[in-house]
Design a protein around this ligand. Structure first.
Ligand code: PSU
Ligand code: MN
Length: 313
């Protein structure tokens, strides 16, 4: 078994310097080149500018890697051209390893690896959820199963409106995933700040998030804390506008018989085409916003880092 942890990440974990984990499916499948590489580098920069450490997580030639270097990020970013990069959920990690293949890690896989290394803060764009045609397809993202199983503070802009939001929230409730809205009392839906679905808990205080997570750690509650962080107001795309183009994208999907793990990347690409790039612009803005909040949380968590149960070193 081999898991590679980049030297700077390992040093940070040893010293207790805050680390923020980042996923890589957004690089390999979520955004096209060169948007993906721009986002990957900018996210790392935002974290490093605050004097802490970024760990983009992915799989290179089978080796789960915590802290991809620039070359490795490029390998995943140029997957469209090489065409041989997988999208790996947590369950796929061992098989990618045995088969020595490279993969972008989804929220579930990234969370598993972050937890393994003792990285407590993780920023993503949006989590996966229950798909709209679940009655027919049974398509429910494994992200939902991973959140109660592995432990980190996961900062996301909610989930995409390409999903069934009420069912996703019900599922999170059933799976006992704690959710707190950051400066919102509604579950945000990626490009839009509001979904009409209220959250039970809301805060505008980073130390509230830290307190809740430390409580979970100290009581060995094995789950992630999901922080729902809405896209900045000036960047949001109105829900109705998105819904309109989404209906079109869903039609295309049915026509082309797209299913399984190809669904999310297909819809994201269609939305980008139909909105003439507006969704990509919004996607970038919300990710940067999540990375900034995660960085703040990681810094506030620092004095308590020893309390985090599964520190790697
Ligand atoms: N949302 C995005 N871009 C993405 C994803 C979600 O805007 O690239 C990725 C994340 O990595 C998430 C995954 O974990 O899609 C979920 O895929 P699925 O629905 O197949 O589980
Ligand atoms: Mn799926």
């Amino acid at each position: 078994m081999e898991i590679k942890i980049a030297r700077n990440v390992l040093n940070a974990l040893k010293k207790g310097t805050p680390v923020v984990a980042l996923e890589s499916t957004i690089i390999s499948h979520g955004l096209s080149y060169p948007h993906n590489i721009e986002v990957a580098f900018e996210c790392e920069k935002l974290i490093k500018n605050k004097g802490i450490v970024a760990a983009t997580i992915g799989i290179i030639d089978g080796v789960p890697t915590i802290g991809l270097d620039e070359k490795e990020i490029e390998i995943l970013a140029k997957s469209e051209h090489s065409g041989n990069i997988m999208k790996a959920a947590a369950k796929d990690i061992s098989l990618c390893y045995a088969q020595k293949i490279s993969a972008g890690t989804t929220v579930s896989a990234t969370l598993f690896l972050a937890d393994f290394a003792g990285i407590a803060t993780f920023a993503t764009g949006g989590i996966g959820g229950v798909h709209r045609d679940v009655n027919k397809t049974f398509d429910i993202s494994s992200d939902l199963m991973a959140l109660p199983k592995y432990s980190a503070i996961v900062v996301s802009a909610g989930c995409k409106s390409i999903l069934d939001i009420p069912k996703t929230l019900e599922m999170l409730e059933t799976l006992e995933v704690p959710i707190v809205g950051y400066k919102t009392d509604e579950f945000p839906v990626f490009y839009s700040r509001k979904s009409g679905h209220k959250l039970g808990f809301t805060t505008d205080n980073v130390s509230y998030i830290v307190d809740a997570f430390l409580f979970m750690q100290e009581t060995s509650a094995k789950a992630s804390l999901l922080v729902a962080n809405p896209i900045p107001e000036e960047e949001e795309l109105p829900y109705e506008e998105i819904n309109f183009i989404l209906e079109k994208a869903l039609e295309q999907m049915t026509q082309k018989h797209i299913s399984g793990k190809a669904v999310t990347p297909f819809l994201l690409e269609q939305l980008s085409i139909l909105s003439e790039g507006k969704t990509v612009k919004a996607n970038k803005a919300l990710i940067y916003n999540n990375v900034q909040l995660a960085t703040d949380i990681a810094i506030n968590l620092e004095p308590n880092v020893k309390k985090i149960r599964k520190n790697f070193v």
